[in-house]
Write a protein that binds this ligand. Structure first.
Ligand SMILES: Cc1cc2nc3c(=O)[nH]c(=O)nc-3n(C[C@H](O)[C@H](O)[C@H](O)COP(=O)(O)OP(=O)(O)OC[C@H]3O[C@@H](n4cnc5c(N)ncnc54)[C@H](O)[C@@H]3O)c2cc1C
Ligand code: SF4
Length: 556
């Protein structure tokens, strides 16, 4: 990787302070601001993985942009603590309701709130999808086809991997590739995975992680303290707060934190979105914009669209074909742990260290389609207590087992759950503190999903046993929501087109994980950012939609 080339297209890492401070306060204080009546080129709802990447790219094309986020504008040094319990404020903990055959618990394991989005507290794994993910329906008769191919994302994967940057060993799975930074040294949990995988005949690799292995721009290197899921105080782990927003602000973007968007404005005469209604300091405002990007994460993006119903869209904005909120996906994410006589001290390294994608693709000899990946996860003590309690241990037994924490190693799987129409976000009867209906998430697993979880658990147990572990235990969990406003070839199979522009309202774009038709068994953030960068390129080369482009019958 040539740092000079990265800096030319994204200067974020060099715009951070070169000393011990983590935030460029002068950049934030000198940020350009817009009035509500300034009709900006783009207003972006959600400054997370998708929204921030889109802003950074389009700001460099001269677009006048306001980015709005419901949560705070984090200062890593002042706001975050190296403490598991003290990090709760990073999560979206506003009310949501759940249902379905296999309800997914929501809260700290789902989405973030604040500038930088969920990547503030994501683990940092940054794998790519495989080519097979994009054509599952055609090739395997399950899931869905994307209206794009792997080749459409490949150059953007390479660009974003350099900007984060990603560290890891050369990658043999999917389309084989290398990473811009060499792999990190591994800790006790990573060593267990490597040893067990070798003994069980499974290929494993160090990485890929979006954690700087060495100084990058003015960002510090990793200090291996293992608090990645609590927000990295030293700026070693990538998140849009430090990898894309400094450059976006430098190029004229206004970030408006602590601001909740309640509804998308719409002009029935032109059939175009007009901006967004938002709530700030208890007052309602309206930001005018020529284009609206919705990037609120797979729960809040469909919720905002549904909450934006109007006469033209009585069932929710863009919901002509009852697709908004549907085909929501989580990955099945069981975690399996084992006890070792020697001390492992799994907290003493980033949780993301070593992974395998050997089981990612469909194995014709198995009764299920698609597959799973396996990664080190290294829960900190509070999360570890959930593992122990899930085995039925409580009181004195729980305390005894917790004091044994340093002897345990833990692996996690990501199982590709299939997109099902009935897995969806709808509006609940319950309202939030702003009086807005909250999201209701309904989820049920199909037989294929359940078989994948069992298969992944068996492989993790084999790896841990082969490494010499005993007392193997598993907790069933979920991770990584995507879908809910998927892209499709036509308006009958997608809310947005291949460029992530809404079929029904051409000046609404959705650049977040909601647009994914399938999810593979890769962690999604890198793909979300790569796709947003692709969408930005497409937008920058096309004229802004005007009323004349509105599909027939869309205007009242
Ligand atoms: C514990 C955990 C670990 C994870 N680990 C990994 C990992 O290792 N690798 C990986 O690739 N992925 C990981 N993920 C997932 C990854 O972080 C997300 O998939 C990704 O960040 C989602 O990007 P997004 O753009 O869709 O939304 P986000 O990044 O979540 O951004 C959405 C933003 O929109 C804002 N918002 C929502 N609604 C509104 C509204 N109405 N008004 C104003 N603002 C609004 C929110 O405050 C939020 O900041 C992890 C997630 C969790 C929870
Ligand atoms: S282990 Fe490294 S990347 Fe993770 S929080 Fe600590 S310094 Fe940041």
């Amino acid at each position: 990787m040539r740092y000079r080339d990265v800096r030319k297209r994204n200067e974020s890492a060099w715009l951070l302070p070169a000393d011990h401070r983590r935030t460029n306060q002068a950049l934030r204080e000198g940020m350009r601001t817009f009035g509500d009546d300034d009709e900006v080129d783009l207003v972006v709802v959600g400054c997370g993985a998708g929204g921030s990447t889109l802003m950074q790219r389009l700001a460099r094309h001269g677009w006048r942009i306001v980015g709005i986020d419901a949560g705070p504008f984090w200062d890593p040094e002042a706001d975050w603590v190296s403490d598991e319990a003290g990090s709760h404020k990073l999560y979206w903990t506003e009310p949501r309701t759940i249902g379905g055959g296999d309800p997914v618990p929501l809260g700290s394991n789902n989405s973030g709130r604040g500038v930088g989005g969920s990547m503030i507290h994501y683990a940092g794994y940054a794998p790519r999808f495989h080519p097979s993910d994009f054509k599952e329906l055609t090739n395997e008769g399950v899931g869905a086809d994307w209206p794009i191919d792997y080749a459409d994302l490949q150059p953007y994967y390479e660009a974003i991997e350099e900007e984060l940057p990603v560290a890891g060993q050369p990658w043999p799975w999917g389309v084989p590739h290398r990473y811009p930074q060499s792999p990190h040294p591994v800790g006790g949990n990573g060593e267990v995975f490597q040893r067990g995988a070798l003994a069980a005949g499974i290929e494993a690799r160090v990485g890929p992680v979006a954690i700087s292995n060495g100084r990058f721009g003015h960002r510090s290197h990793c200090i291996y303290r293992g608090f990645c899921l609590q927000g990295c105080k030293v700026n070693a782990k990538a998140s849009p707060l430090i990898t894309h927003l400094p450059d976006a602000i430098e190029h004229g973007v206004e970030i408006r934190p602590d601001t909740m968007v309640s509804r998308i404005g719409f002009d029935e005469r032109t059939g175009l979105a007009t901006g967004v209604h938002y709530l700030r300091n208890g007052r309602e405002h309206f930001q005018k914009a020529r284009m609206v990007a919705v990037a609120g994460y797979s729960i809040e993006t469909p919720r905002l669209l549904l909450n934006s119903a109007n006469d033209r869209f009585p069932n929710g904005m863009l919901n002509d074909f009852d697709l908004v909120g549907r085909y929501l996906m989580v990955q099945g994410a069981p975690q399996t742990a084992a006890r070792f006589d020697s001390e492992i001290r799994m907290y003493k390294a980033p949780p993301p260290e070593v992974s395998t994608e050997q089981f990612y693709e469909t194995d014709p000899s198995k009764p299920y389609k698609r597959g799973f990946s396996i990664q080190t996860v290294s829960p900190l003590p509070i999360t570890w207590a959930e593992h122990v309690a899930a085995q039925g241990h409580w009181g004195r037994e729980l305390r005894e087992r917790m004091s044994d924490y340093v002897h345990w190693a833990c692996l996690g799987a990501l199982c590709e759950f299939l997109p099902l129409a009935e897995n969806r976000i709808t509006l609940s009867e319950e309202k939030d503190r702003h009086g807005l209906p909250v999201a209701h998430m309904s989820y049920s697993q199909c037989d294929n999903d359940k078989m994948l979880v069992d298969a992944a658990t068996t492989v993790m147990s084999e790896i841990l046993s082969a490494a010499g572990g005993t007392d193997v235990i598993t907790i069933k969990r979920y991770a990584h929501l995507v879908g809910g406003a998927r892209m499709g070839a036509t308006e009958r199979d997608g809310v947005v087109d291949r460029e992530c522009r809404a079929f029904a309202v051409p000046n609404i774009v959705i650049p977040d994980g909601s647009v994914f038709p399938t999810q593979g068994s890769a962690n999604p953030a890198l793909s979300i950012m790569a796709n947003a960068a692709r969408v930005a390129d497409a937008l920058a080369t096309r004229p802004m939609p005007s009323a004349t482009e509105v599909p027939a019958g869309a205007a009242a």
